[in-house]
Write a protein that binds this ligand. Sequence first.
Ligand code: ZN
Length: 394
Amino acid sequence: MPQLTYSGRVTEPILLPATDPHLDIRNLPKVSLHDHLDGGLRPATIIELAEAAGHELPSTDPVALGEWFRESADSGSLPRYLETFDHTIAVMQTRENLVRVAREFVEDLADDGVVYAEIRWAPEQHLQGGLTLDEAVEAVQAGLDEGVDAVEAGGRLIQVGQLITAMRHADRGMEVAELAVRHRTSGAVGFDIAGAEDGFSPARLADVFTYLAENQFPVTVHAGEAAGVDSIRDALVHGRALRLGHGVRIAEDIDVEFEAEDSQAADGGSDTEVGMVSIGQVAGWVRDRGIPLEICPSSNLQTGAVASFGEDIESHPIDLLYQTGFQVTVNTDNRLMSGVTLTGEFELLAETFDYDLDDILEFTMNAVDAAFLPLEERDALAAYVTEGFNQARG
Ligand SMILES: [Zn+2]
């Protein structure tokens, strides 16, 4: 792995050809903190539910439909990307369908080796079939519970919680926050805002975040994806975010200048470049206070969130953030639209940045620490994850 250094220095990532072929990431116990319910349906399920609801799709072939979702997400066109959610949300408007989608979501996560997941969705977008906000949350919880039971019946374990999202450009923030708090003992573990980041600061919802803080209810805020460092500052100041949804553009508050290092070192003098790192005030706050970043590598490339760093995964700032000591977690965002799994994202990172089992464990433990769970449950999860990684070491 690249050398991890502090004191303002970071080595340039060394790109090695391939990850350890024996590294079976899928079977490692993993933690998923940023995964949208309406972004992770099975194509075959969408087709079946759309047919029953009379909703027209771009394709009724599961493979072709899956491909359409990925192409749309990759198209660089925001309207086309947003259209993908029209189709998933259209088939998630009844109790029966929400139960099914939530159940399958949990089963798919477990198949991918996820042992703890916080699943986010915006109940306000699922009322067109006549459900109330509470009924929608109850339906999703019933599906999540069914999924957990099915996974257990199959001999594995998974624990899940709901992150209740409010759409930041809409005006139901307080209603949704109260909904989340109402369900804190029946599945809701945290609150999130999503939607148009640029131009819709959490300051608009200041009273909502005050209410949540007064109720000690955990908050993550989508920030540092479609907007930069100022948006992250707003998430921390006005949103009182305990985690940052993406947060990846915090890297814009870090300067790295690479220069050749004097090669007369005691190790025989390999020819290396070192980066001198200077960290801005907001980035310093996020790093030094250990505020977790919910990084979604493939999604970040598709949405252009990291375009200022380059177009390829090699230039994604996740490695810079990791090496300079940020609390980085790895996530999927929208598995259907991006055509990814958490295993796949780790494989991509392992190949690109030569991460090994220890790195994957560190990312996973960061996610365990960042989970909106009581300490005792985080400790138990940490022990379970450690045990799984130890088994993988053989
Ligand atoms: Zn997201």
